[in-house]
Ligand binder design. Structure first.
Ligand code: NAD
Ligand code: TDX
Length: 343
């Protein structure tokens, strides 16, 4: 591998991955290909500045011509596909873009991978494709029972990846990552939203009773897991990639407030997310057998994350003062008003 196309590299995990890759592999070139949707942000890559091994191309993964051009222009030999519409709540409001980018876009990348005979395509997927589990842990062979339009579109993408491996012998790997947190996360997800709200003493809108469970993974550990599978994973294989940190949402919320010395009275219980998955949990034995283990403790990584948002207001204040406000109103306006009425 030499010229790696990182689609969605201007987003949260993608930008952290680009930094990780360039740091670890001095011989690699990283070509970021990103549509720059509301979630894509050149500020996420600002510190790479004039690194001669980093290139940025603005483009849509569902545009065949643009994808073809970047493959040729940069002699791409591997693809890591992060590009996606990634937020469950937005997929409930409007699923269209999820199907277009997550499913159709992945299909276009698979075709380009075939056409240009690339060495490997790594699909960055999610634990949400399994649906919810009350007890035990999901294994890679378990059935896919996605519950949100987001999860369904990611499952659709994965099935195409599988089919291209089986039918055309394309060298593919898939990672199913769990809930990720860390620097440069668009402030719509629970961790980045609640930290930035708490800085401003704004309410933290907790869905339902807050007893849903997620498995938390620090972004650096997510990147190292992708790195291991990209380089060591078996062709055609899927790998669970979880942090082993199961926590309820209420526990995560209270931890954030404790780390920030803010009162629990900021927590407001609001109307639940429809189709809300109760619990995700991953058995990561397969990935552990490749030698990967998360190295960041949940509490320390959360503390680091809180500090990062505190020290980098320049990054998120701009985002929160723009189009985000409209989304926030749509998603939380009625919910917060209804909760205030109940009190
Ligand atoms: P993000 O929303 O922060 O970033 C997505 C990026 O993709 C953005 O830069 C956006 O501009 C780009 N993009 C969107 N549509 C595109 C298109 N049509 N063409 C090209 N670029 C496009 O997402 P994230 O949280 O960094 O997630 C990255 C990937 O990891 C996604 O595939 C997501 O499903 C997966 N994932 C995320 C998590 C998590 O907790 N955040 C966990 C597991 C898996
Ligand atoms: O305002 C909120 N209040 C709240 O209680 C938000 C945004 C979330 N929540 C709850 C819902 C979930 O139980 O917190 C939990 C986490 O929610 P999100 O941060 O929206 O993440 P989730 O829906 O679990 O999906 C995430 O993990 C898997 C990422 O967004 C996906 O991209 C990834 O695939």
């Amino acid at each position: 591998m030499k010229n790696i196309l990182v689609t969605g590299g201007a987003g949260f995990i993608g930008s952290n991955f680009v930094r990780y890759l360039l740091r670890k592999y001095p011989q690699y070139n990283c070509i970021v290909y990103d549509k720059l949707t509301y979630a894509g942000n050149m500020d996420n890559l600002r510190d790479l500045g004039d690194d001669p091994r980093y290139f940025f191309v603005r483009g849509d993964i569902s545009d065949r011509e643009e994808v073809d051009k970047v493959m040729v222009d940069h002699s791409i030999d591997s693809i890591v596909n992060f590009a996606a519409e990634s937020h469950v709540d937005r997929s409930i409001i409007d699923p269209d873009a999820f199907v277009q980018t997550d499913v159709v876009g992945t299909c276009v990348l698979l075709d380009a991978a075939r056409k240009h005979s690339i060495e490997r395509l790594h699909q960055v997927s999610t634990d949400e494709v399994y649906g919810s589990i009350e007890k035990g842990m999901f294994k890679e062979g378990d059935s896919l029972e996605p519950n949100s339009p987001y999860a369904a579109s990611k499952a659709g993408a994965e099935l195409l990846v599988r089919a291209y491996h089986e039918t055309y012998g394309l060298n593919t790997v898939v990672t199913r990552g769990s809930n990720t947190f860390g620097p440069y996360q668009y402030p719509e997800k629970i961790a980045s939203l609640f930290i930035t709200n708490a800085i401003d003493d704004h309410p933290l809108p907790l869905y339902g009773d807050g007893t849903q469970v997620r498995d938390w993974l620090y972004v650096e550990d997510h990147c190292s897991g992708i790195d291991v599978v990209l380089h060591e994973g078996q062709a055609g294989q899927v790998y669970n990639l979880g942090g082993g940190n199961e926590r309820t949402n209420i526990i995560v919320t209270k931890l954030i407030l404790e780390l920030m010395h803010k009162p629990e009275s900021l927590i407001v219980s609001v109307q639940d997310r429809p189709g809300h998955d109760r619990r995700y949990a991953l058995d990561c034995t397969l990935l552990h057998s490749l030698g990967w283990h998360p190295v960041h403790s949940f509490e320390d990584a959360f503390e680091k994350t809180v500090s990062w948002y505190r020290e980098n207001e320049w990054w998120w204040r701009d985002i929160k003062s723009g189009a985000f406000k409209e989304y926030y109103q749509q998603q939380y306006g009625d919910r917060l008003r209804a909760s205030a009425g109940v009190r």
